[in-house]
Design a protein around this ligand. Structure first.
Ligand code: BES
Ligand code: ZN
Length: 478
């Protein structure tokens, strides 16, 4: 009998088939492992969870080792460790650097969760008829970065890893990635790669797969308004002494005009204005306004005059109060004219706006508009630069090709409103444009009670990542 001789292309097809059947055979375990990771409450914002954040880092280290990574280590930082691991198949091959984060947002308010945030359950939803895993961090970002660990395991197990791979999974993304700057600057050689691959964003839907090509930046501040030196009886003093909560509300309200333009002087100076052709194209993405409103249970949308919802969340800057407090908020009523009022304010920024500059402008404006009856303190928190990803790179074309093979559709490029500070850091320090290949949906309730991630999105994500490696290798000239 003649020996079967296969050409390299056929071998690749066979490899891919065996990787896919490995994924199919192991999908239950892939889900169970993710569920185990989701049980660890790795909330980076709250020191109460410190040992859990470290436990999550250990979990990831272990998972990378088991999946076949080498040189796996917890790299210390001034905060939580960065988990690093790699598999260099052949230095001559292209290298993919995978970034993700194992920390999660606080789960508060706990009482609004239908099942406890760190006890994952799978339930069907309208958007996920095949089931979704409900847990804090399921979509942001444990479920998403873990797809890469499992795609890597499947490719390694089937001898089909076609590129070198490096993993860098951090534990401080949700608190601004403040120690990442130094780590990236000090480890440029270690992190050397041909492309960065990040799954920490959304796609439009499984029917309309998309790749994110822009993220907004962020400036986050806390303000404190002080009136009298102690809480006062609101009957004895009310009407004569400034109430810092009333004043704070007036000050915040004045930060936007009736067209929802931000009134901080110079705020729009550097904002990139897009051509009508660019805007037209952006607005071609499928968007159903009635459905959008229905899902949020709102009667009307509101935002900057002259822009569509896609533009308002993708290419325009915003200002939002994230939290406001002061005075008496307990049960029943207490008559008090409070001494202090506080708010946490964020501004989402777009290309060319600098978060440090914007924070400074905010601070001077906020102090300037304060009446003489109060004192104002402004404390900047973290920030992050916006990022725009070109669509003519090998990485983007590989992502497009992977989506085409997995979904049978052309990927729609989208601009998203969230921020991943490391995106622009990778561009600046490593000269690499990250590929934002996310599989979450906007309705997955990230940062909100009942966060969930579709089981199908998880499995399709693993499959698409495998295809990305195939196409990236084929399209690279290495
Ligand atoms: N995964 C999100 C970023 C994101 C959200 C991208 C939605 C696209 C759409 C990320 O984990 C996140 O929440 N980032 C923070 C950044 C901040 C803490 C510096 C954000 O956007 O608020
Ligand atoms: Zn997040």
């Amino acid at each position: 009998m003649n020996p079967l001789i296969l050409c390299p292309n056929q071998i690749q097809v066979l490899h891919l088939m065996s990787v896919q059947s490995y994924i199919n055979k192991n999908q239950e375990r892939f889900l169970e492992e993710l569920i185990a990771l989701l049980k660890i409450p790795s909330v980076s914002a709250d020191p109460k969870f410190k040992s859990d954040v470290f436990a999550a880092a250990e979990f990831v280290k272990d998972a990378l080792e088991k999946a076949g990574a080498e040189n796996v280590a917890l790299c210390e930082t001034a905060g939580y460790p960065i988990v690093y691991g790699e598999k260099i198949v052949d230095p001559a091959l292209p290298t993919v650097l995978v970034y993700g984060h194992y920390d999660v947002q606080p789960a508060d308010p706990y009482e609004l969760w239908e099942s406890p945030p760190f006890e994952p359950v799978i339930k069907k939803t309208d958007a996920h008829p095949e089931g979704a895993i409900f847990a804090r961090g399921s979509a942001d970002d444990k479920g998403q970065f873990y797809m890469h660990v499992k795609a890597f395991e499947a490719m390694t197990a089937q001898n089909a890893l076609s590129c070198n791979i490096k993993f860098m999974i951090e534990g401080e993304e949700e608190v601004g990635s403040e120690n990442l700057d130094l780590f990236v600057k000090e480890n440029k050689d270690k992190l050397k790669a041909d492309v960065v691959l990040i799954s920490d964003t959304s796609m439009l839907s499984l029917e309309h797969p998309s790749v994110t090509v822009g993220l907004r930046g962020l400036a986050y501040l806390q303000v404190e308004v002080t009136g009298p030196n102690r809480d006062l009886h609101s009957g004895t003093y009310g009407g004569a002494v400034a109430n810092p909560i009333n004043i704070l509300c007036q000050m915040i309200a004045s930060l936007q005009d009736e067209d929802r333009k931000i009134t901080i002087p110079g705020f729009y100076d550097d904002v990139e204005n897009y051509s009508s052709a660019y805007r037209e194209n952006l607005n071609k993405a499928p968007f159903d306004e009635a459905d959008y409103k229905k899902k949020l249970d709102i009667e009307a949308l509101e935002g900057e005059k002259g822009y569509t919802t896609i533009e308002r969340t993708g290419i325009r800057p915003t200002l939002d109060v994230n939290g406001i407090w002061g005075g008496y908020t307990g049960e029943g009523a207490k008559t008090v004219l409070p001494s202090k009022a506080y708010a946490k304010i964020s501004m989402r920024l777009v290309p060319n706006q600098d978060h440090k500059q914007i924070s400074k402008s905010f601070e001077s404006h906020f102090k300037a508009i304060a009446p003489a009856s109060v004192k104002v303190k402004v404390t900047p928190h973290h920030g992050g630069h916006p990022a725009v990803i070109p669509t003519d790179s090998v990485g983007y074309r590989a992502a497009e090709a992977a989506i085409q093979s997995a979904f049978g559709k052309k990927a729609i490029p989208t601009r998203e409103g969230g921020s991943i500070p490391i995106t622009s850091l990778f561009q600046k320090e490593l000269g690499l444009d990250p590929i934002l290949l996310g599989f979450g949906l906007d309705t997955d309730a990230i940062h909100s009670p009942n966060e969930h991630y579709g089981v199908k999105n998880y499995l399709m994500g693993i499959e698409t990542i495998v295809l990305f490696f195939k196409h990236f290798r084929a399209l690279s000239d290495k």
